[in-house]
Design a protein around this ligand. Structure first.
Ligand code: ADP
Ligand code: MG
Length: 255
């Protein structure tokens, strides 16, 4: 191995944040994920695409320690997923909001600063929330109730709540699924600018055109493809999922 190759390898090792090894998961007798191997590096913007029922949400829940692997392991920052949880911001696919809750936008975002041992919010918490609301362009909505927001505005609020935790990694499960095309564009533009490691899960391959640098296809097994630009150029942006899957499988760097 040349000096440059050694250096490149060392750099990769130092930048590794998530290591998934031989991961398998089943709900009772239903096998959902099989033999998944994946490394995620600092600054990655990884899209995980795949059909409904392919195991995308299950995979994110395993990364968060909400489910336990049937086999295999996940290390985040070389720690267990539970220990690493405070470094991770999460936007779940479904949030059961009681629309009649009297809580306003400001309080929802402030909840992102909660910690198990914390009894009250500090001035610093409030400053961080104020800044984040401004960054997300929702400061003027701070007194609104959740039911008074559009789908896109609601997602911004939830994104702000995930970000005030100041995570190193952000996991988003179908963040644009229930919003109109204009709102989707907004969310994608916002995400693109965020300077942290991001994992975005979607059944919509539009996500590939929104600045991601790696793509994985998941449908029980996972195939990862690194060279996203070539993938997109090749199809002039017109990919059907099967075509994309074939392409990823034949050019995948690991599986
Ligand atoms: N709590 C559960 N109990 C049993 N099966 C489940 C549960 N949650 C999901 N599944 C099943 O696991 C598979 C993967 O689901 P999921 O991870 O939600 O897929 P995706 O997010 O890709 O649509 C599906 O067949 C789904 O029906
Ligand atoms: Mg899902």
């Amino acid at each position: 191995m040349t000096g440059i190759q050694t250096l490149w390898r060392l750099q990769k090792v130092l930048k590794k944040q998530i290591e998934v090894q031989n991961l398998c998961f089943r709900y009772k007798s239903h096998e959902v994920l099989k033999d998944i191997n994946l490394n995620i590096y600092k600054g990655d913007y990884l899209a995980i695409i795949g059909p409904n029922g392919g195991g995308k949400t299950t995979f994110t829940k395993l990364l968060l320690g909400l489910l336990k692997p049937t086999k295999g392991s996940i290390k985040i920052f070389d720690k267990s997923v539970i220990e690493a949880r405070k470094e991770i911001g999460y936007l779940p696919q479904y949030i059961n909001f009681n629309m009649d809750m009297p809580i306003n936008v400001y309080d929802i975002v402030l909840q992102g600063r909660l910690e198990p041992t914390k009894l009250f919010y500090t001035t610093k918490d409030k400053e961080i929330v104020h800044k984040q609301l401004k960054k997300m362009n929702i400061l003027d909505l701070k007194h609104r109730k959740i039911k008074e927001l559009s789908g896109g505005q609601r997602q911004r609020v939830l994104l702000a709540r995930a970000l005030v935790k100041e995570p190193k990694i952000l996991i988003l499960d179908e963040p644009t699924a229930s919003i109109d095309p204009e709102g989707q564009k907004d969310i994608y533009a916002l995400l693109k600018r965020l300077p942290l490691t991001k994992i975005i899960v979607s059944h919509d391959i539009q996500v590939l055109f929104e600045g991601v640098n790696r793509v994985a296809h998941i449908n029980k097994k996972l195939y990862i493809h690194e060279d996203i630009e070539t993938t997109i150029q090749r199809g002039d942006g017109h990919f059907c999922e099967m075509e994309l899957l074939d392409y990823i499988k034949s050019h995948s760097c690991s599986s």
